[in-house]
Design a protein around this ligand. Structure first.
Ligand SMILES: NC(=O)C1=CN([C@@H]2O[C@H](COP(=O)(O)OP(=O)(O)OC[C@H]3O[C@@H](n4cnc5c(N)ncnc54)[C@H](OP(=O)(O)O)[C@@H]3O)[C@@H](O)[C@H]2O)[C@@H](O)CC1
Ligand SMILES: Nc1ncnc2c1ncn2[C@@H]1O[C@H](COP(=O)(O)OP(=O)(O)O)[C@@H](O)[C@H]1O
Ligand SMILES: [K+]
Length: 480
């Protein structure tokens, strides 16, 4: 798993490392890595390095210092470097001196536009992990003039380092070069960061346990159930799907189909769409009611079941079965409106809730807001459940505090019925006995990968996602 650390933790680790490192050493390590990446962007975008023009946007902190030192390294490779100083009186003195010694130029922000317009690459050293709020007007004005590729130092300025919120003027980078460790912004604002490159400055041993995680293919491959020689259809975990209705059978078909594709064992369906489900997926054992569904090791409940009395009874029955439950869509709304249905649940029975922002609002009485990690954690604590908060970057929080952030592969999942596919994936992993947090996080990752593979650069559908699940799993197992 990739670890991600909040800026408070990064700063504390940096302080520990700084105390045992010669003055300026960390910044020089960071700047050298940064200069290497700027050179690479020049080589790719401007056809070479020597003779190309780099403009540094330099703020008042160490982030600007990194940019200035990198400018000095770039000079050695023959790059024409101009630093635009946003606050000359507070500019990092040693960095500025190094740039000047190397033959680089420094100008004030008034003279910035003429240099920015001729740049082959712009280095965003406006602000780093000590940033608060969006870009200030002068920085916003200069950033708005940039047309060249942008390499962001540590993070794209104006984007919140800890929440990834980009709700005001900010930089959008082609590449972000970060130091020592990933910060939340890198997982939560992929659109603004572009490609993220991590430069090792020796921080890892000082960091301790991560605050957030991102699953890597190897993590998913290691836990995704595959049958062994001793397995049969039951031993791998049977998942039950309570979804859809006679009028709206689509959710049932999608959630059940997703479960069929996800694992090898067995899928049971219970509800009013039994005929349609059976016709589409003959391998599913389908019945009309959850009370005669047979034994399962986990339940998926909610998509399309309605929020009336019948839906409530279905949910109450399922919560009382002492097996893990993924409650989605209408089940989320029922829980929000009649929380006493949860009394049917044994406190030790794992529950996964999968709200989108609107369902979150019903569950918590407020929108998730800009701090989606905190929002998911609060809901997880309130409901003693794993909460998968849907979005471009889906966040999965466990009641014990663990949080995973999903890595999106584009926005292809924004299609009707996509959530039904996700819930089927979660359910089959719960049935296989996975830790519920890991099940939800792995499902989210496979879901987005299936979206990208189904889409292949043109829009896809939820049925397309279901069909692409095997390809996503094949790819994950191949690269792991
Ligand atoms: N420590 C280390 O070992 C290493 C650190 N490293 C690097 O240091 C960076 C952190 O540096 P830092 O702490 O100096 O703060 P940083 O983010 O550059 O600037 C903060 C200043 O900017 C201002 N400002 C604030 N908000 C603003 C806004 N919205 N828009 C505009 N301006 C704004 C505000 O100043 P003010 O103008 O208010 O006086 C504030 O004080 C880190 O990201 C990494 O790049 C690497 O070299 C590796 C080793
Ligand atoms: N812009 C987006 N980028 C990436 N993923 C998205 C985006 N919009 C939605 N998704 C994902 O698509 C799924 C939509 O689920 P949901 O809102 O329940 O839709 P539905 O009710 O139509 O099934 C979620 O997994 C969500 O994270
Ligand atoms: K920056």
């Amino acid at each position: 798993m990739q670890g991600i650390w909040t800026t408070a933790r990064i700063r504390a680790a940096e302080d520990r490392l700084l105390a045992v490192t010669p003055d300026g050493e960390l910044m020089r390590r960071a700047a050298f890595g940064l200069a290497t990446q700027v050179s690479a962007v020049l080589a790719e975008g401007a056809g070479g390095v020597s003779g190309r023009r780099a403009v540094l946007l330099v703020g008042s902190g160490n982030n600007g210092g990194d940019a200035l030192w990198a400018g000095a390294f770039l000079r050695r490779r023959g790059v024409a470097v101009t630093a635009v100083l946003l606050d000359p009186a507070k500019t990092h003195a040693a960095g500025l001196a190094a740039l000047r010694r190397s033959g680089g130029r420094a100008v004030s922000s008034v003279d910035g536009p003429q240099w920015i317009s001729r740049a082959d690459v712009v280095v965003d050293g406006i602000v780093g992990i000590s940033a608060r709020g969006p870009l200030r007007p002068e920085a916003a004005r200069l950033a708005g003039l940039v047309e060249a590729p942008v390499v962001a130092v540590d993070l794209p300025s104006g984007v919140d380092p800890d929440t990834g919120a980009a709700d005001g003027p900010h930089v959008t980078a082609t590449r972000t070069v970060t130091f020592g460790a990933l910060k939340p912004v890198h997982a939560l604002a992929p659109q603004e960061c572009g490609e993220v490159v991590l430069v090792d400055i020796g921080l890892r041993p000082s960091l301790g346990e991560p605050d957030l995680y991102r699953l890597e293919p190897a993590d998913i491959a290691a836990v995704w159930p595959v049958p062994g020689p001793g397995d049969d259809k039951y031993s791998q975990g049977v998942v039950g799907i309570a979804a859809g209705s006679a009028t709206y059978p689509g959710a049932a078909v999608l959630a059940s189909g997703s479960a069929v594709q996800a694992t090898a064992g067995m899928v049971r369906y219970a509800g009013h769409a039994a005929d349609v489900v059976r016709a589409r997926w003959p391998e599913i054992v389908a019945t009309g009611s959850v009370t005669d569904a047979g034994r399962v090791q986990a339940w998926v409940v909610g998509p399309g079941i309605g929020t009336g009395a019948e839906g409530r009874e279905v949910l109450r029955h399922i919560l009382g079965q002492d097996v893990p439950v993924c409650a989605d869509a209408d089940a989320t709304t029922i829980i929000a409106h009649t929380p006493e249905v949860l009394d049917a649940r044994d406190p030790d029975t794992p529950l996964v809730l999968t709200p989108h922002a609107g369902e979150y609002e019903r569950l918590m009485g407020r929108r998730p807001g800009v701090d989606r990690v905190a929002a998911a954690r609060e809901a997880a604590a309130k409901y003693d459940a794993v909460v998968l908060l849907k979005g471009h970057c889906t966040v999965v929080a466990a009641p014990d505090g663990r949080v995973a952030v999903n890595q999106p592969h584009g926005s292809w999942l924004a299609t009707a019925g996509s959530g039904d596919v996700l819930t089927g994936l979660v359910g089959s992993l719960l049935a296989a006995g996975l830790d519920p947090w890991l099940a939800a996080a792995a499902a989210a990752q496979v879901h987005s990968l299936a979206g990208a593979l189904a889409a292949e650069d043109v829009p896809t559908s939820a049925s397309g996602l279901v069909a692409a699940i095997p390809a996503a799993l094949r790819l994950i197992r191949a690269v792991a």
